[in-house]
Design a protein around this ligand. Structure first.
Ligand SMILES: [Fe+2]
Length: 333
């Protein structure tokens, strides 16, 4: 049947008849939308969630027996937000993943428009990320950036498996659609990272792309508690670290409970050291080193440490600020 003509539309006798004809020309009545397009405040779409490093390690060790980096590109476990229908994003704009690379492996170099960063959890000297031709050493507690379109691959010349957490703005790039990805040319063979006949890979930490745990500890030692009470003692890594993503290290003293905080920005927390509890919109998560907590937008949350603890906060705050959508509220203690 041909689509309705101007005359057909003009002579619609009832609203139902008009709706039927409009549907055929790719229009819909704004006064009769199937779902609302505006609402009073951010909705609870994605949920608070917690992932345990110890479980991920066991699973990655199994994956180490079952798949190599030549086949996997990256041997990683996606921390998808456990809301029905979602298989990827940890929060709306960001995805986190645990990754492992075995001794002697090389996870081949590639580049992509999504920004990425990683928090190193366990790695022995000899583990490194090559970024645009420079080898950067990876040590536990370090944060390493691979911004939009930087070429990066990971190597492990140590004798131990290396584990870290990746954070990327892939869900945001998927939504906005400027996605580009390519593998690097002149790729080295997988497994050459630990060729015993080769000299050990030289790696540096003298790079604006790495924030070392040593520097973090020294800065936290000099910083004063953040006045709102929502963040403990907090420092920012870079300003901003990446165009879409801001990074903070937060330190909590024993027994301190932070002020309940909610923001339009999405937050992912990763435990750098210590143990404690985060309560996100009423859900209580007991965490330890390497664990990850998701606090989606506008979910009030607070933290308590049961010892000296450091949380790494990864947030899309720069996106919200840039477009005038950033709001936050800190409840009185
Ligand atoms: Fe990558």
């Amino acid at each position: 049947m041909p689509p309705p003509s101007r005359s057909d539309l003009a002579h619609s006798g009832t609203l139902e008849e008009l709706y039927g004809k409009l549907d055929k020309v790719g229009m819909g009545p704004g006064w009769n939308k199937p779902t609302p397009s505006l609402w009073a405040a951010p909705r609870k779409t994605l949920v608070p969630a917690h992932w345990k490093y110890e479980l991920a390690r066991d699973a990655l060790d199994a994956a180490g027996r079952l798949i190599n980096t030549a086949l996997a590109e990256r041997r990683n476990l996606i921390l998808f937000n456990p809301v029905e229908g979602n298989t990827y994003g940890t929060v709306r704009t960001l995805v986190a993943a645990y990754q492992m690379i075995m001794p002697g492996e090389w996870a081949r170099a590639h580049r992509h428009t999504p920004n990425a960063l990683r928090l190193i959890l366990d790695a022995e000297p000899g583990t490194y990320t090559e970024v645009d031709g420079v080898n950067i050493a990876m040590e536990p507690g370090d944060v390493l950036l691979t911004p939009n379109w930087s070429t990066h691959g990971h190597g492990n010349c140590s004798k131990a498996c290396a584990y870290w957490l990746d954070f990327l703005d892939v869900p945001l790039v998927q939504l906005l659609e400027p996605m580009f990805f390519e593998t690097a040319e002149g790729e080295k063979e997988p497994g050459t990272a630990n060729n015993p006949s080769q000299a050990p890979v030289r790696a540096t930490k003298d790079s604006p792309l790495v924030f070392t745990l040593k520097d973090t500890m020294s800065r936290l030692g000099e910083a004063k508690p953040e006045p709102s009470g929502a963040f403990g003692t907090q420092i920012e890594l870079g300003h901003t670290a990446l165009a879409t993503t801001a990074l903070y290290m937060m330190r909590f003293q024993l027994g301190v409970r932070t002020a309940p905080y909610r923001t339009t920005a999405n937050n992912i927390y990763a435990v750098v050291r210590g143990e404690g509890v985060s309560t996100v919109d009423g859900e209580r998560f007991e965490w330890r080193r390497g664990d990850v907590i998701a606090a989606p937008a506008w979910r009030p949350h607070f933290h308590e440490a049961t010892g000296d603890a450091i949380l790494f906060r990864v947030t899309d705050e720069p996106v919200m600020r840039r477009f005038g959508w950033w709001r936050q509220e800190v409840a009185a203690q």
